[in-house]
Design a protein around this ligand. Structure first.
Ligand SMILES: [Zn+2]
Length: 419
């Protein structure tokens, strides 16, 4: 489906280019790229550095059975069972900076995992037969017999014996508080053209790496284990906007006087993040909203929700493209409940195009709503709270044995509630 779309888009582009050409110079009234320099002006441009040729990356639709029931010698079978969903925050690259006894330490221990734990979890879910699927492929919008729009759960066609797993990563904004607390500062394109993280190590040196952040780490893992992502899916990135995205400060700020200088910096950050977004999307990453201001959807009023949503579209959606996925900040459900009720905030968000609305819970629960075209789903959260929990075997035992995951060397000694 997405390949077809890309093809159609490419075709449309070609056609529109051809149309431009045939219209001649007299008729290109400012539209398109020609508007930039003006006709007849020849600008001297330095010879550009040759870009590294990107490796081709295939993305397949898991809702379509491959022709003949197999692809690359692998048999595909229909799957209608539970689709597990794990979410992570940015991972801790340097535990000595995260767990240094400051006021952030406890929160980071609660809500994050270390790079060591993240890499052990990937190994474990891979070994246990999980394969990645993109969240937006699991449900589709269609119409019921009365012509009303409804969401439906899709049948997935998976390599025989495999189980589907959605990953989402929350707050991949690289907030100010994360910098200096042991996280990557931003994503960049490395010399090989691949996504890498950029940051500062505890000794104060700049580090470009594919081993210190959950995004390049998953890219690398899939390169090494392509059968972990038979459809090319990676994770859905759940981003806010109040401190920009992916480490780039693309936001406006209403609390300061918005000067031309500030806007120029913002525009330069926007230009810098664009190729990162493009490369992520090309290689299987997708985006969802985590609201602009990380707001509590069950607490703040409707006016705040509307203002926040519009701002997310203006400052984030304009960069990452359309999405129908929303991840509730703090896992807080709109109107206090999104399961038994469909309150005004939920209705508003659905009206803005969100169809898959995700909270946090103790299992990968999901339900197609009956009264409105939407699906709600809970996600599990490997982090310090669950890695230390006495329920970890019961709730996470299908993914890993916590005894093989827990990073004893890095985490502070807060104890664990399992044997
Ligand atoms: Zn969050």
């Amino acid at each position: 489906m997405r390949r077809l779309l890309a093809l159609l888009l490419a075709l449309a582009l070609l056609l529109s280019l051809a149309a431009c050409g045939s219209n001649g110079a007299g008729n290109n009234g400012g539209s398109g790229a020609a508007g930039d320099s003006g006709a007849g002006t020849i600008q001297e441009e330095p010879e550009p550095e040759p870009e590294p040729e990107p490796e081709p990356y295939d993305i397949y639709d898991p809702t379509v059975m491959p022709q003949g029931g197999s692809r690359d010698g692998v048999t595909y079978v229909a799957y209608d069972g539970v689709v597990e969903h794990l979410f992570f925050h940015p991972v801790i690259a340097y535990p000595e900076l995260a767990f240094d006894g400051d006021s952030q330490e406890k929160g980071l221990d609660d809500y994050m995992v270390t790079v060591t734990e993240f890499s052990r979890i990937l190994e474990s879910v891979y070994e246990r037969g999980y394969v990645l699927v993109d969240i937006a492929d699991v449900w589709s919008e269609t119409t019921d017999e009365s012509g009303n729009p409804v969401m439906v759960r899709n049948t997935l066609y998976l390599p025989e014996g495999k189980k589907p797993l959605i990953l989402s990563y929350d707050d991949t904004n690289y907030y100010d508080y994360m910098l200096e607390n042991g996280f990557a500062y931003k994503l960049i394109l490395g010399e090989d053209g691949k996504i890498a993280s950029w940051g500062i190590d505890p000794q104060g040196s700049e580090v470009v790496s594919r081993d210190l952040d959950a995004i390049p780490m998953l890219d690398k893992f899939v390169e090494e284990h392509p059968d972990f992502s038979p459809f090319g899916a990676k994770a859905c990135l759940s981003v806010t906007g109040y401190q920009g995205i992916l480490g780039y400060r693309t936001q406006t700020d209403r609390t300061v006087e918005w000067t031309a200088e500030r806007e120029a910096f913002r525009q330069s950050e926007i230009q810098a993040v664009k190729p990162i977004i493009a490369e992520l999307k090309r290689t299987g990453w997708t985006f969802g909203s985590h609201t602009f201001g990380h707001i509590r959807l069950g607490t703040v009023g409707m006016e705040k929700v509307q203002d926040d949503t519009q701002r997310w579209f203006d400052e984030v959606g304009s960069l990452v493209g359309p999405t129908n996925v929303l991840f509730y900040p703090h896992g807080e459900r709109p109107d206090g409940d999104d399961w038994k009720n469909t309150g005004p905030v939920f209705q508003y968000l659905q009206g803005q195009g969100f169809r898959i609305l995700c909270s946090v819970g103790i299992e990968s629960f999901s339900a197609v709503k009956k009264d409105i075209c939407a699906v709600i789903c809970d996600r599990l959260h490997p982090d310090g709270t669950t890695l230390r929990s006495k329920y970890v075997d019961q709730r996470y035992g299908q993914f890993y044995d916590v005894r093989e995951i827990f990073d004893w060397d890095a985490r502070p000694d807060y104890g664990v509630n399992w044997q």
